[in-house]
Design a binder for this molecule. Sequence first.
Ligand code: E4P
Length: 254
Amino acid sequence: MLGLLHARVLASCGALCHFPLQRIKIAHLGPNERAPSMKFFVDTAEIDDIKELASTGLLDGVTTNPSLIHKSGRDFMEVTKEICGLTDGPVSAEVVALDHETMMKEAEVLRKIADNVCIKVPLTVDGLKTCKALTSEGTMVNVTLCFSANQALLAAKAGATFISPFVGRHDDNGFDGMDLIEDIRLIYDNYLYDTEILVASIRHTTHILESAKIGADVITAPPKVIMGLFKHVLTDKGIEAFMADWAKTGQSIL
Ligand code: E4P
């Protein structure tokens, strides 16, 4: 991410003199240094889909929510444990209490499921109190249902591991979800917050492309959308033509 910030800084002012020393360092990324890779989480509680994506070696984590658990028809604790065994990455499991005290009790139960459980809390006063308490103890927290850059600023101040802005639901309501991601990226870069921007409520592959261009840290998308990234009509056509010509040679590799 620092590399991206560097590019943005150079493009916008062509000079680095008024930026703090910490940022000036990013102007000197060596040829073998890279900004961290974008992480891919899948937004589902369907075991078969998670297994399929995990087998590609490209899956970095999983997000769930009460609606996805309901859709799966599975027991929350049981399915979360199973998912945690399919990836080494964070698996977001959401609290359902609305008050801080009960959220903490629920988090206590959820974090015992596995070391890679990430507690998901809503962006409310109680949710952020819970976020602060949990991250201070070293527990990963994903702050969900973020719809404004100011909310994302609060989550970063509360020490969130991930902030989940919902781009699709933002679009559905007449706003541009990607504008929100740009604003959050700018604010987090301004203050070098460690909170990772986890673009959520993704509806199509263009949301992922735009997230990568902006420099979001993570995307979480339904399995279908992630699988859609592999597809291109010209790839299919090209394979078809190569296979036809190869057959005409009458040769085999094995
Ligand atoms: C993220 O963590 C949420 O589970 C999810 O992305 C919500 O997406 P939706 O708006 O498609 O329900």
